[in-house]
Design a binder for this molecule. Structure first.
Ligand code: NAP
Length: 244
């Protein structure tokens, strides 16, 4: 569709699948990564193989300077960001009483500060254009809470609050803001889980399996596309029925 799409955390996992899905739509894809340059380069090469323009942009989304520099460079390369997907994330399993101040700051920095900075960096151009889409990747744990992931659940719930409030504020400027709340998706993030836990999660999912990254990507493409033009401030569960 010839839009400039910035996807954070697109070196691998869900972000990579989202980058490929927008590339397949004919968009220009700005691929953010943090540490894994080789994987980001591979994502860009695979996007180009689909005929799309794609470049990689390093930034720690938890760092305001990094984010604003990334958006400036991406806009210089491709033009104003028309679709932002806030996907970069980390996970950690710990008893609540063992969560350190540093764990808490890292979790809130990556998810909440990151989403805040990225939205602030792209919004001036979107407001000038009176158009734009922001898609935030939350989690079903932000809706229902996960034991031993209290900090993760808290930031994912925070992203949902940010989504609903920002949608109200920028709706009059023609900008749509939605979130996707994935269930368990097969990525490296879940490599931390043991086989027994994975099997139990599959059992608890009415569709009896983990989701695929492409199943989140297709929801993101929908929320950025013409078919969702009257949808804003919503949290779209893509979770195989785990949460209803
Ligand atoms: P993943 O495979 O672990 O990939 C995480 C991505 O985020 C990587 O590209 C990584 O970049 C990037 N990243 C991490 N910290 C960053 C930072 N500070 N700045 C910029 N990029 C950073 O994770 P995933 O499973 O695809 O998860 C993607 C999103 O979906 C996350 O927000 C996650 O919370 C959410 N989610 C996942 C699941 C699931 O079951 N997998 C379920 C619900 C929600 P580098 O590789 O360059 O370091």
């Amino acid at each position: 569709m010839n839009r400039t799409v910035l996807i954070t955390g697109a070196s691998r996992g869900i972000g990579r699948a989202i980058a490929l899905a927008f590339a397949a739509e004919g968009d220009r894809v700005a691929i953010n990564y943090h540490t894994n340059e080789a994987a980001a380069r591979a994502t860009a090469a695979d996007c180009r193989a689909l005929g799309a323009q794609a470049e990689i942009f390093r930034a720690d989304v938890a760092c305001r300077e990094d984010v604003f520099a990334m958006v400036r460079t991406a806009e210089h390369t491709f033009g104003p960001v028309e679709v932002l997907v806030n996907n970069a994330g980390i996970a950690q399993q710990k008893l609540f009483t063992d969560i350190t101040e540093a764990d808490w700051r890292r979790m809130t920095g990556t998810h909440l500060d990151g989403t805040f900075y990225c939205c602030q960096a792209v919004l001036p151009a979107m407001i000038r254009a009176h158009s734009g889409r922001i898609i935030n990747i939350s989690s079903m744990w932000g809706q229902t809470g996960a034991s031993c992931e209290v900090h993760y659940s808290a930031v994912k719930a925070g992203i949902q609050g940010l989504t609903m409030a920002l949608a109200k504020e920028v709706g009059p400027s023609g900008i749509l803001v939605n979130a996707i709340a994935p269930g368990v998706i097969d990525t490296e993030m879940n490599a931390l889980l043991d086989a027994e836990t994975r099997a139990a999660l599959d059992d608890e999912t009415p569709l009896c399996r983990a989701g695929r990254t492409e199943e989140i990507a297709s929801a993101a493409v929908f929320l950025a596309g013409p078919g969702s033009s009257f949808i804003t401030g919503q949290i779209l569960g893509v979770n195989g029925g785990f949460i209803t």
